[in-house]
Every structure is written in structure tokens, then in C-alpha cells.
Design a protein. Structure first.
Length: 108
């Protein structure tokens, strides 16, 4: 798994690629924590190129969401409109808890 953090004013985008699983979740959790420690209005978690997210990653998302909901900040997820990550978001109820936007990736 790789993460990159970009900033546009007070909007931060954390892009994760690869897989978030039990082994990579500590790295992912650290990246989310680092972003949340910043003075931001909105955190966008871009999973549009994520191949898999395990229950450990889902737990990190729920914890981050709870923290953000205690403040005036926002959290949003970008996911591909197909694939296993979309299925996992539906199955775990992430869709009903947070703002999730689906995007279509163009094949190059």
C-alpha cells in the first residue's frame, strides 16, 4: 500500500493505492492520523485505485469518521464505481455512515 497526501487550502486528499490489510493498516492509520492532526476543513480519502480494504482498514475509517464528526470538519470517500472496495463499503455500511462518491476510472 502506498499513500500520498495533497493539500488544496484547507482541503486535504489522502490517496491510498494497493491493499489496506492487517499488515499495511498501521501505515494507513498513521497517514490518516497525520492528516487529521492538521488544521483542515475536509479530508478526502481517495480509494479510487485501492484494490482491497480489510476489516482493520474499515475500523480505521470508522474511528476517523467519529473523530471528524465531533468537529466542524468533513470526511469524504472517493471509490471506483466497480470492484471489491465498492462491495465492501456496501456490505459494511460505510455508505450509510459517510459521504461516498463513486468515480469511473478511464483505462489508459
Amino acid at each position: 500500500m502506498e499513500t500520498t497526501l495533497t493539500k488544496d487550502g484547507n482541503i486535504f486528499t489522502l490517496k491510498a493505492t494497493g491493499q489496506i490489510d492487517i499488515q499495511t493498516n498501521p501505515q494507513f492509520e498513521k497517514a490518516v492520523r497525520s492528516a487529521l492532526d492538521e488544521k483542515l476543513e475536509k479530508l478526502i480519502l481517495d480509494f479510487s485505485e485501492l484494490d482491497l480494504i480489510s476489516s482493520a482498514g474499515i475500523r480505521t475509517l470508522i474511528q476517523a469518521g467519529k473523530e471528524v464528526n465531533k468537529t466542524d470538519r468533513e470526511i469524504e470517500f472517493l471509490i471506483s464505481n466497480h470492484g471489491i472496495v465498492k462491495e465492501i463499503f456496501y456490505t459494511t455500511g460505510i455508505y450509510s455512515l459517510f459521504n461516498v462518491a463513486e468515480i469511473t476510472l478511464k483505462k489508459s
